[in-house]
Design a protein around this ligand. Structure first.
Ligand code: AR6
Length: 169
């Protein structure tokens, strides 16, 4: 598996699936979730309504509609509440379940934002560490997805991922 770091907007990425940092309702919100729904168009909300929500740490899939990405994998990260409420395992599970869905659907490429590191206040660096570790470990055991992109909206996140990815290369 190849891990790539990109700076920019997840909704512009052409790949098999982008991952949405959603909430348990799967009915939209702010942050990257809002941006994805705006770019995908109203059909995305209609598709999400049929999924009956999603528990924290799990993931569900829809088409990408007007997005360049063919599919959206909606995952629900944990809200950071001090780190003593299983937040780290739940975040690991978001990456794991998203990658499992990508693998089951024979996806070649998938792109992640820094899940939970915005409105949900998970410490950015710890979140990036969990993202990279979980993706790397999945890659040791699975052929697909072949390409995993980390898409950072801001310089701070980009620099965090860059430092961590350089350390394992
Ligand atoms: N492309 C890439 N990354 C982005 C983009 C974008 N277009 N927009 C924001 N980010 P957040 P969360 C980054 O708050 O913390 C929603 O209301 C952002 O800088 O989107 O998991 C949902 O409905 C940050 O690094 O997600 C939930 O209620 C990262 O994406 C709640 O927010 C995640 O920030 C989920 O909160």
């Amino acid at each position: 598996m190849k891990m790539e770091l990109l700076k920019g907007d997840l909704t512009k990425i052409d790949c098999d699936a982008i991952v949405n940092a959603a909430n348990e309702s799967l009915l939209g919100g702010g942050g990257v979730d809002g941006a994805i729904h705006r770019a995908a168009g109203p059909q995305l909300l209609e598709a999400c309504k049929k999924l009956n929500g999603c528990p924290t740490g799990d993931a569900k899939i829809t088409p990408g509609f007007n997005l360049p990405a063919r599919f959206v994998i909606h995952t629900v990260g944990p809200v950071w509440k001090g780190g003593i409420n299983n937040e780290e395992d739940l975040l690991r599970s978001c990456y794991q379940r998203s990658l499992e869905l990508a693998n089951e659907n024979n996806f070649y490429s998938i792109a992640f934002p820094n899940i939970s590191a915005g409105v949900y206040h998970f410490p950015k660096e710890k979140a990036a560490q969990i993202a990279i570790e979980t993706v790397q470990a999945f890659g040791w055991k699975h052929e697909l997805p072949k390409k995993v992109m980390f898409v950072c909206f801001d310089q701070e996140n980009y620099d965090l991922y860059k430092t961590k990815l350089n350390l394992i290369r």
